[in-house]
Ligand binder design. Sequence first.
Ligand SMILES: [Zn+2]
Length: 377
Amino acid sequence: MSGMNAEEILETLVGFPSVVGSANGEIVGWIADYLERAGASVHILAGPEGDRSNLFATIGPADRPGYLLSGHMDVVAANEPGWDSDPFRLRREGPKLVGRGTSDMKGFLACVLAVLPTIARRPLARPLHLAFSYDEEAGCRGVPHLIARIPDLCATPAGCIIGEPSELRAIRAHKGKAAARIELGGRAGHSSRPDLGLNAIHAMADILAHAVAAAERLTAGPFDANFEPPYSSLQVGTIQGGQAVNVIPERCAIEVEARAIAGVDPRSLLADIEGRLDVLRDKGLSTHWEMTGSYPALSLAANAPLALLMEELTGKTPLAAVSYGTEAGLYQAAGMEAIICGPGDIGRAHKANEFILADELSACVAMIEALGARLAR
Ligand SMILES: [Zn+2]
């Protein structure tokens, strides 16, 4: 097939406005078509939403353990002020390739797709899988549906490489995260007659006090020195409620988030807060609890075969940990070794004029080519 290079593929991918939380048929269709023409066996795995899909593709013998390259196809919306050009049109500015998703993480997808036809032409002793997900930016909502299908699609991979931007240095660990939205319903009324109403903001104060106390308790450990800070944490990030100072507020809502060190289930950090809702229901309030996203921590041993492989492929010792989260923890929780390694810098993600350097793409292409060479017979 006519070879497109990584830069040309990135230009195409950036042109699909695959914003998190929206239909993604266009980008999935283009990638599937490209991969089929390269000789891959491609599975489009529709999610329960009905209008969006994960994509899984394999080259080589699927019944043997190989390697899985993982990335998300969605990007965050490009609403930041300060974009100097259309975020969904790749712009070249000297060594920079500017556009939404160039670093996070269509650059990695483009490198994988650029190399794949070359690797597919080799006789492979072990397979290479591509696992491209949707709605990662909404708390990794898409990829669990893909991971659940992997046992039907291939032998358990020996390792999964999650290509989130890490300046092409492998990363062995990140914290897990869980987020929830809590809404309380009371009874409105005039503020002069509190005896007739039920103040939802006052009731939420009870939840807030529990959240603050839990956050303080967590600073006392357990500890894992790989992380910064070295303990699990928790915070209330938003609060809404009330209409006027002389009206008893009927509703109050908060969003709370926990970040857990390896070995701690992030959802468990919110359990105490959820438990308090029983007490409020007994006082006559209505309560609503919704988990809005969660993923487990990632923790791969420094001497794990996958960590050693990445050191060989990149020439750099893997970093112990980072503070941002990825889909890697979900792969590990499903019984696959996982590590983060991708081109670009996470510091450029979710910002105006997000970019990747052409050299960074080339280095990533070389890394994937080196991996492909190891899979050949
Ligand atoms: Zn990302």
